[in-house]
Design a protein around this ligand. Structure first.
Ligand code: RIB
Ligand code: CA
Length: 319
């Protein structure tokens, strides 16, 4: 079983990531920590608890940091709505938040398990992860790897250069990519392949039940904002791709790269500058050891879709 901590900012696609992590038997969801991102910390934290309530998930949930390290706070109300999870009915929390700070929960959970056994999945801005590195530096060598939904090696979605999770907190992201741990970067070039197509809608609808209905309501709202804002025919389930990669390493291909986050560019701040190891001409002074980040490239969509449908089916059967 793959043990994971899910640091997230629910968020419509974060909600699917939570369901996938809880609904696949190959994953042990150790804790959910929340970070300000798609909406404010109170809103994303309540959303995380509501998703747990709908799916009968009972794991420690802890609120993390409520703003970026340096960058002024921004939210994505145009995509996720005023609540951060507009569309579906959101039930009240079924249990209390963990009494600890989310950053503390990350540190405690990693330190409580054998070295190399816990994967940190981050699907929001990287503020919590960066602070956990500073609160307890030992987690960097102890974590199995960090799987980040963020960045892009072609174009952004928040500026032409920057993807939202990185743009919200570029300093935190740079700290994470400079850390001496294995990072898998699941950027927009990959997640824009992970579309909630009509076929996927029909497969989820066929499951029936409350969890299935919740997912369809999530995709209806998310699909509408993605059509309106980005002209997408179907919404990309960005964050679920990270959990899918923990479950099945063949769900997408990757290539080694050196990834740096631009912090000073007037037009490029928050850009992930991806220097793929197989293109020596593009070196920007990195040493071979820097090429530690695995950058996700091509999604096996049928494999991904099967994971999502399977998890929702299991949660529906047990709800
Ligand atoms: O750019 C997409 C990412 O930003 C996703 O994680 C989405 O939930 C938002 O956090
Ligand atoms: Ca997210």
């Amino acid at each position: 079983m793959e043990k994971i901590i899910l640091d997230c900012d629910p968020g419509h696609d974060d909600a699917i990531a939570i369901l996938l992590a809880a609904g696949d038997p190959r994953v042990e969801l150790l804790a959910i920590t929340t970070v300000a991102g798609n909406q404010t910390l109170p809103k994303v934290t309540r959303n995380a608890l509501s998703v747990c309530a709908i799916a009968g998930i009972r794991v420690p949930v802890a609120a993390g940091v409520d703003r970026p390290l340096v960058e002024p706070q921004r939210v994505a109300e145009d995509i996720h709505g005023d609540s951060g999870l507009d569309g579906p009915a959101l039930p009240p929390p079924a249990f209390e938040l963990d009494g600890r700070h989310g950053v503390q929960v990350i540190v405690d959970t990693v330190m409580a398990h054998e070295p190399g056994t816990v994967t940190l999945v981050a699907t929001g801005p990287l503020t919590n992860v960066a602070l956990a590195m500073r609160l307890r530096p030992a987690i960097v060598e102890r974590v199995k790897r960090v799987v980040v939904m963020g960045g892009a090696h072609t174009r952004g979605n928040t500026t032409p250069a920057a993807e939202f999770n990185i743009a919200v907190d570029p300093e935190a992201a740079e700290a994470v990519f400079r850390g001496a741990w294995e990072v898998t970067m699941v950027g927009l070039d990959l997640t824009h392949q992970a579309l909630a197509t009509d076929e996927l809608h029909e497969r989820v609808r066929a499951i029936g039940g409350e969890v299935s209905g919740f997912v369809l309501d999530v995709w209806e709202f998310f699909g509408e904002t993605y059509r309106t804002v980005f002209g997408f025919r179907h919404p990309p389930i960005h964050d679920a791709c990270c959990v899918a990669a923990v479950i099945d390493s063949a769900v997408f291909t990757t290539a080694k790269a050196d990834v740096r986050v631009e912090l000073r560019g007037e037009w490029t701040r928050g850009m992930t500058v991806v220097d793929f190891a197989d293109v020596p001409a593009m070196r920007h002074g990195s040493s071979p050891g820097d090429f530690r980040t695995e950058v996700a490239l091509e999604l096996d969509w049928p494999r991904f879709a099967d994971l999502v449908v399977g998890a929702i089916g299991r949660l529906s059967a047990s709800a």
